[in-house]
Design a protein around this ligand. Structure first.
Ligand code: G4P
Length: 193
């Protein structure tokens, strides 16, 4: 997605060896026009897949996921990272290990929001090691639902996430793919869309 790549080059900041800061349009302040384009791009690609729900994980996945859900005219569900006192029973959970933060957290979705007739599109802001997406796949499969694809806004292709997910039989579609960082600059490889 050319527009996204240009925005990353213009406003993204490379931090250290492998982190891209995009807080001015994606992970903190959100550019809704860009999110709308992102949503429409995913929706167009998955138009004929019979998607019934879009699933993401809080927090930064929510913005691209909601616009994708709007474009597909289906509900968006975000997995929760913290225990919620109103979620008493009927919860589907998965353990997600963050290599970045070196902590394992339990993510959850109320089972009433997913069923075995659902065809789900997962959307997330970053794909690094793939642990968050793997956890979402796990939860969706516990509900007996089908994962039709995983839409990623920014994939860091030098990390293992895509390989992990593809080995598990998942289709990954990324709007920007970062091959590596060079002297604090982003070098892209060809994106999927
Ligand atoms: P993984 O899910 O692919 O295994 O990723 P990892 O554990 O390495 O990343 C943990 C968190 O860091 C995730 O957000 C992920 O989106 C984010 N992240 C990974 N690489 C980058 C990066 O280069 N830049 C930015 N800005 N974020 C990155 P999270 O903890 O779930 O946070 P949030 O969505 O609540 O903000």
């Amino acid at each position: 997605m050319k527009q996204l790549e240009e925005r990353i080059l213009q406003d993204g900041h490379v931090l250290g060896e492998n982190i891209l800061k995009v807080d001015s349009f994606l992970t903190h302040q959100v550019d809704f026009q860009l999110m709308k384009e992102i949503g429409q791009t995913f929706a167009e690609y998955f138009q004929s897949a019979g998607i019934t729900k879009v699933v993401t994980i809080e927090a930064s996945g929510i913005a691209p996921a909601i616009y994708t859900a709007e474009a597909l005219n289906v509900p968006m569900i975000f997995a929760k990272k913290a225990k919620n006192i109103t979620m008493l029973d009927g919860i589907l959970t998965a353990e997600v290990y963050s290599f970045t933060k070196q902590v394992t957290s339990t993510v959850s979705i109320a089972s009433k929001f997913l069923n075995n007739r659902d065809r789900v599109l997962i959307v997330d802001d970053f794909l690094a090691n793939g642990q968050a997406a793997k956890g979402l796949v796990d939860i969706i499969q516990q509900a007996g639902a089908e994962v039709e694809g995983i839409g990623i806004v920014i994939e860091k292709s030098f990390q293992d996430g895509r390989t992990l997910l593809e080995k598990a039989g998942q289709k990954v579609v990324s709007l920007a793919r970062i091959e590596h960082f060079e002297n604090g600059k982003v070098v892209f490889k060809e994106a999927d869309l």
